[in-house]
Design a protein around this ligand. Structure first.
Ligand SMILES: [Zn+2]
Length: 240
């Protein structure tokens, strides 16, 4: 364990040092790289999922020359403020440099903790989007949906069993136990040992700001979430 702990610390140190270096390289090769950007699609259920759960993944995509796309399968109209939440999501996507955002507002895909969304409907939306936008990778929730929300789990069920064009890579955001979920950046050490597909955001202000843009949702427990949630700083992905 001591050896593993040391290795994790070295990895974190290396990761921080590398940030400046990779930015320099990125600038140097920007023109060439822009021509080769690979489109990757994030599929979420509600406006604010991207900020609450996927921020390290989005940061990784931005820093590594991927073109980030987002489909949000509902406009979060559970409290009849769907239009406000749509505007918040669009603003947040601009802030997070997500290239293209699509917000679905379908009567069968409404924000609900008790209704299971029709899987075929989600698959049709996502499969068409992949074909039209030449998407090379898809990222969504895993089978536990981080918070266990039925709408998150519906994303997993649909994406994991949809038709895939050849070469498409599909990943799910790993749900951890509750202790790790609220151990903030400290979970880095466990995550780096258990999963190679590790993405890190070390910018607490970015985590705060992206949640704050979802003004209608930024209540006290979500403010605590920014500080204590591992998902503001660490994402681990599982290939599915
Ligand atoms: Zn959600």
């Amino acid at each position: 364990m001591d050896q593993q702990y040391r290795t994790s610390l070295q990895f974190l140190y290396f990761y921080i040092l590398n940030q400046g270096d990779s930015k320099m390289k990125k600038k140097q090769w920007q023109q060439q790289l822009d021509k080769e950007k690979k489109p990757v699609l994030l599929v979420t259920a509600h406006p604010d999922d991207e900020a609450m759960f996927f921020l390290p993944t989005i940061t990784y995509l931005n820093d590594n020359n991927y073109e980030a796309h987002l489909i949000c399968l509902s406009n979060g109209n559970a409290n009849k403020i769907g239009k406000i939440r749509e505007a918040e999501l669009e603003k947040c996507c601009k802030y997070l440099s997500i290239n293209k955002v699509t917000i679905i507002n379908d009567e069968q895909l409404q924000d609900s903790m008790s209704v299971m969304w029709p899987i075929e409907k989600i698959q049709k939306i996502v499969e068409e989007y992949i074909a039209e936008n030449n998407i090379k990778g898809v990222i969504t929730f895993d089978n536990k949906g981080i918070s266990g929300h039925l709408n998150h789990i519906a994303c997993y069920k649909a994406i994991s069993s949809m038709k895939r064009p050849e070469g498409l890579k599909v990943f799910a955001l790993e749900t951890t136990n509750i202790l790790r979920k609220y151990s903030s950046i400290l979970d880095f050490f466990v995550s780096s040992i258990l999963n190679d597909n590790l993405m890190v955001n070390l910018n607490i202000l970015k985590a705060w700001r992206s949640m704050q843009i979802h003004h209608s949702q930024f209540v006290w427990y979500r403010k605590l979430f920014v500080v204590f949630s591992r998902y503001a700083y660490i994402n681990t992905l599982i290939k599915i």
